[in-house]
Unconditional design. Structure first.
Length: 254
């Protein structure tokens, strides 16, 4: 099997549910994030530019999916220990607030690059912690992160395209922006899987971190239109994405 075929097979398929996961399995499964981020940049390649309304709708869908997934993870972890789950979520919220860059740091240059990469690393951290609890929890988290990567790739490409950057470079930038995700997921999994007593706290942390990403980044962007009609449409898209994600999570947990 050629290397590309082997990667596609590992990234877009799952081992049997009862199979023990290794760090490399987590790395390969989470590497699908690269493809979804590049997929988000495709509209900029096909149409030359993308309006802010498309980016807002994509963020609405991703935000709804992330909120639903974070809730599913938190409820599942709470069965093993509600206090530990709450502690993990609280720590995640503090971590997210402390590491969130100022608005002016997102504008351009090196601070913008650091902000984008640290954002992706935080998402990978949540993925790795969820995988350490169980493969099912990890795949539920992966489902929403992959959905979230599409609007992230779209937003990255749209900003660069508006500044005259070529379409292939936009796709490459969208892909590189999420490279830290699978790497930090593997590192977090390797660390957390050795600390079984704290895994409920870790899943609470993962759920809290995902919730903060949705509430402080995705949904505010989705609802930023001055038009009430556009805001209503974004809210409806977010709700539909949340329902779809709940259905998908239920199927994965069966």
């Amino acid at each position: 099997m050629f290397p590309t075929q082997a990667w596609l097979s590992r990234a877009f398929s799952s081992p049997p549910a009862d199979a023990a996961l290794a760090s490399t399995d987590v790395l390969m499964e989470c590497s699908a994030a690269l493809a979804f981020a590049a997929l988000g940049a495709v509209p900029c390649v096909l149409m030359g530019s993308t309006g802010p309304s498309a980016v807002r709708l994509a963020h609405a869908a991703a935000g709804g999916a992330v909120v639903a997934t974070a809730s599913a993870l938190a409820l599942d972890a709470a069965r093993d220990g509600a206090l530990a789950t709450a502690l993990g979520a609280a720590l995640a919220m503090i971590f997210a607030l402390l590491t969130r860059p100022a608005d002016d740091a997102k504008a351009r240059g090196l601070p913008a690059v650091v902000a984008v990469l640290s954002h992706a690393a935080s998402e990978g951290l949540a993925l790795g912690l969820a995988y350490a609890k169980s493969p099912e929890d990890g795949r539920i988290a992966r489902m929403s992160v992959l959905a979230h990567n599409v609007p992230e790739g779209l937003a990255t490409a749209a900003v660069l395209r508006s500044r005259g950057v070529s379409a292939p470079t936009c796709v490459l930038a969208a892909l590189l922006a999420v490279v830290p995700q699978p790497l930090s997921a593997m590192a977090a999994f390797s660390f957390a899987s050795r600390m079984a007593a704290l895994q409920t706290v870790f899943v609470g942390f993962a759920a809290g971190l995902m919730l903060m990403i949705a509430l402080t980044e995705l949904l505010p962007d989705a609802l930023s239109s001055p038009s009430k009609k556009n805001r209503d449409v974004s809210a409806a898209v977010a709700c539909l994405a949340a329902v779809a994600c709940v259905c998908g999570s239920s199927a994965l947990m069966e």
